[in-house]
Design a protein. Structure first.
Length: 192
């Protein structure tokens, strides 16, 4: 039997996807921490239950369009068919059962790592999956346990929240998001 495909999962609401997300995904590939990166669009993040999200399919389409020409990176709507909210442990179990040929690697921000012990079944995740932690502004862990790797990645000081604010204010977002995302936001009059 051949080796399993190392598949890093970069999950998020991607409301909207921005260049920081793509920088993280590309850094994972460039550092050979995974063979592929799946941008896993979540329909309902348990930490963001009050957030006003665009329709799942619109967010998926924006991510899919942005990554379609980037080798090794793809959009995934796997969580759309799972119970809500989307708990990572449940997603990982379902993915592992559905894709036994893959080794899934969780990719999270340092801001999530510092509260990882508050995640549902965090100990199950640590025991069964490798984790890649990417640095965030003012948040870079100094020591990590076995199975957890700190990603060497440029800090991109932009957030989806800030992009939505800029759109609402009529400000340009072109330098923060892929061109296809900017077009979709403009064409569909999103975040107005």
């Amino acid at each position: 039997m051949s080796e399993r495909i190392r598949t890093a999962l970069l999950g998020g609401t991607f409301n909207p996807l921005h260049n920081g997300h793509l920088t993280i995904a590309q850094s994972v590939l460039d550092q050979h921490l995974a063979d592929e990166v799946w941008m896993l669009i979540t329909p309902c993040n348990p930490w963001k239950t009050g957030q006003d999200l665009l329709d799942d399919r619109i967010r998926y389409d924006m991510v899919a369009s942005a990554v379609k020409d980037i080798p090794g990176i793809q959009a995934s709507d796997f969580e759309f068919s799972l119970p809500k909210p989307s708990y990572t442990a449940n997603t990982l179990r379902s993915l592992s059962a559905s894709y036994p040929d893959r080794e899934f690697i969780l990719t999270i921000g340092a801001d999530n790592w510092v509260k990882f012990d508050a995640w549902r079944e965090y100990d199950f995740i640590l025991r069964n999956y490798s984790i890649i932690v990417y640095p965030r502004q003012d948040c870079a862990p100094s020591t990590l346990p076995a199975g957890v790797t700190l990603l060497n990645c440029p800090l991109v000081n932009i957030s989806s929240t800030r992009i939505r604010q800029l759109v609402h204010q009529g400000q340009p977002i072109d330098k923060f998001v892929p061109a296809s995302v900017a077009r979709t936001i403009a064409d569909l009059q999103l975040y107005r």
